[in-house]
Design a protein around this ligand. Sequence first.
Ligand code: HEC
Length: 96
Amino acid sequence: MMRSPKSPFTAIALAAALITAASPALAGDTKPTPDPMRFARGAKAWADNCGRCHNIRNPKEFSDKNWSLIVKHMRVRANIDGETAKDIEAFLKASN
Ligand code: HEC
């Protein structure tokens, strides 16, 4: 039969394309590339949580060192769990 079933990999391929488009860092920066799933979770958690109290801050605004401190501080304010905070931190550091 020629009819192809809906691929379960479509969503994954889409996510990968989005990640590549959203992150020049992943496309050949000198920094180590984070686990793509961590990056994807971090991007979503950042979008969901980090604009609740103030305008969402561009990853490019701060260095890796500053993001480490800011995420520690904002994790407490935002009341997010440690794993999610790590995801967000990885996303920010891969995108600045
Ligand atoms: C519950 C409300 C709340 C949430 C959610 C929140 N923030 Fe904040 N954020 C604040 C407040 C209040 C300040 C300013 C006072 C302070 O630094 O505590 C601030 C300040 C900041 C600053 C400015 C720091 C500086 O030195 O200019 C950054 C960057 C920031 N937040 C990033 C984030 C990120 C990233 C997240 C998601 C992990 C987040 N915020 C989630 C309340 C929040």
